[in-house]
Design a protein around this ligand. Structure first.
Ligand code: URP
Ligand code: ZN
Ligand code: ZN
Length: 462
């Protein structure tokens, strides 16, 4: 099958030009002005942007968490992502304590293999790491699972100690993989939480009020210090506050390989969006929590100055009814996480490019090119180039739309961004040459998405 996309304005992280793109089977084979090639399918992208499909490196599909399971699985999650222009994601397999990482990998492959509608990779969450299991990490790298997430928060569930983090980083210093860090001081937060509950404060807002920005800044600082001692790079996930941002900036000024992502919820929402009557605030319970509004400007500045290199979603969807409601009488029982996989490109385009905060190239760089580079997918994903996978989005910069749970494609019965008016949206979305979103309809068959064996951080940046 062949496809010709004509008359588009092609935007990558580095370039902005008019050309036609010819796709044979699943790859881009020709790019040029006014191509005269017969193709099975023809698309006119006049007055549209043509961008590489979005790469979301932080999602939690079908994940057991907080006494329930995130409600989007690999089918509904990848479909919702595609409607918003994201054509590749990296999800997290979770090693259960005392088990081999391979078991977790098999479990997540099973969750994904007959369901994913677009390509995907996996990170491995490490929950314990006896010396005898260090070799597991090398085994994962050989399987293309080239990044590991560790938690400095959620004591008793996912949190690991500094020695474990250091050991994991030492291992990645050798095998070239990348440690992703959930950086919040979990022990201190737990103490604050217990005291708050003892005072009878059980409403959802206390989830945010018991997790100070200092606890994030301290943990980011510690994570970077541990990575410096181990001689390994570190990638801070879902960075939410200026305290944390300053620590990353300081490290990068010293020349350390410290990287960080933020997420749309921290750029567009704040504590001002909470304090709603009843239990409504539970819709915005995720970790780290929302911050005071002034942090948003600092995060945008961080995106402009490259202190932050990536925007991911941390999509971890739970319905309000029956799932978030598990914490009706106790905020610690609200499953942590919010739905966002569909709206990342739209929000960053409308509120970022549209509001003059970032350039068109930077938008593509943050949402597609750098995440692909950082996690060993580039140039297969994250760019428009000869030989790259034809994961391509025809983007209509004028298309207006209002976010709503009534029309979104995610599983949740609410939206974090309900009622937000946006300009710019994906019109046609190709995954390896196949138009999977067209005319607002979905054509991607479950199971067509492939597991991508990723290169290592060291291999990708050498
Ligand atoms: O609240 C969140 N972020 N839930 C997902 C798990 C995590 O910490 O990323
Ligand atoms: Zn996390
Ligand atoms: Zn997460």
């Amino acid at each position: 099958m062949s496809t010709l996309i004509k008359n588009g304005r092609i935007i990558t992280a580095e370039q902005d030009y008019f050309a036609d793109i010819y796709i044979e089977k699943d790859k881009i084979t020709t790019i040029g002005a006014n191509l005269k090639i017969d193709a099975d399918n023809l698309y006119d992208a006049k007055s549209k942007y043509v961008i590489p499909g979005g790469v979301d490196v932080h999602t939690h599909l079908d994940m057991p968490f907080g006494g329930t399971t995130s409600c989007d699985d690999f089918e509904t999650g990848t479909r919702a992502a595609a409607f918003g222009g994201t054509t590749c994601l990296i999800d997290f397999a979770i090693q259960a304590k005392g088990t081999k990482m391979r078991d977790a990998l098999d479990t997540w492959w099973k969750k994904a293999e007959n369901k994913a509608t677009t390509d995907f990779g996996l990170h491995m969450i490490i929950t314990d790491l006896p010396d005898a299991h260090l070799e597991d990490m090398n085994d994962m790298v050989r399987e293309g699972v080239t990044s590991f997430k560790l938690f400095m928060a959620y004591p008793g569930v996912l949190m690991v100690d500094d020695a474990t983090i250091f050991k994991a980083m030492k291992q990645t210093a050798q095998n070239g993989a990348l440690v992703c860090m959930h950086a919040e001081n979990g022990s201190v937060i737990d103490t604050i939480v217990q005291r708050t509950l003892a005072e009878g404060k059980t409403a959802p807002i206390y989830h945010a009020l018991t997790r100070p920005t200092t606890a994030e800044g301290e943990a980011v600082n510690r994570a970077i210090a541990l990575s410096e001692m181990a001689g390994a790079p570190v990638y801070i996930v879902h960075l939410s506050s200026n305290d944390a941002l300053e620590k990353v900036a300081e490290a990068r000024d010293k020349g350390l390989p410290a990287y960080a992502e933020t997420c749309p919820q921290y750029l567009f929402l704040s504590l001002d969006d909470m304090n709603k009557p009843g239990f409504e605030d539970a819709k915005l319970v995720f970790t780290p929590p929302l911050r005071e509004k002034w942090h948003q400007d600092k995060l945008w500045e961080g995106l402009r100055k490259n202190t932050l290199q990536v925007v991911s979603t941390d999509h971890c969807p739970f319905c309000y009814k029956e799932q978030k409601e598990l914490g009706k009488n106790d905020f610690t029982k609200i499953p942590n996480g919010g739905p966002g996989i569909e709206h990342r490109l739209q929000l960053l385009y409308s509120g970022g490019v549209g509001e003059g905060r970032i350039s068109l190239n930077r938008w593509v760089e943050l949402c597609s090119a750098t995440p692909a580079k950082m996690f060993g997918l580039y140039p297969r994903k994250g760019t428009i180039a000869i030989g790259s996978d034809a994961d391509i989005v025809i983007w209509d910069p004028e298309k207006e739309h209002t976010i709503s749970a009534h029309t979104h494609h995610m599983c949740t019965d609410y939206s974090m961004f309900e009622g937000r008016k946006l300009k710019g949206n994906a019109e046609t979305v190709f995954s390896r040459g196949e138009a999977i979103v067209k005319d607002n309809k979905f054509f991607g068959k479950p199971g067509r998405g492939q597991f991508i064996k990723r290169d290592t951080y060291a291999g990708a940046w050498k």
